[in-house]
Design a protein around this ligand. Sequence first.
Ligand SMILES: [Zn+2]
Length: 128
Amino acid sequence: MSYLNERVSYLRGLVEGLDVGESTKEGKVILAIVNVLEEMADEIIDLEESLDETDEFVQSLDDDLAQIEEDIYEDDDDDEDDFDDDEYVEVECPNCNEIIYFDPDVFTDEEPVTCPQCGEELFKDDEE
Ligand SMILES: [Zn+2]
């Protein structure tokens, strides 16, 4: 963006061509304005350069973050409820149709598993 610098340089040329110089109050003011314009143009160019660098940095951070999110969440797409599918089994009571979640550890041959809602014994082998 040398565009701003070029325009300010052109303006300085015009002012010097008018030969306003330091001899008049108006000339001093005009030269002071041109000096400020030059400084502002330099400042803006520096800002644009650092903004470009910041943009690149943010973009690379965003790419890294996307990669990390992909690594972390790629296996958990189906995990929408509060239960871990590996630890609980879902059973519908044949008597009251209540949905019950069991830890598989409660399935033993000795103890009958009963519905906490109606007390009906679940998984009766001798029926149906
Ligand atoms: Zn039940």
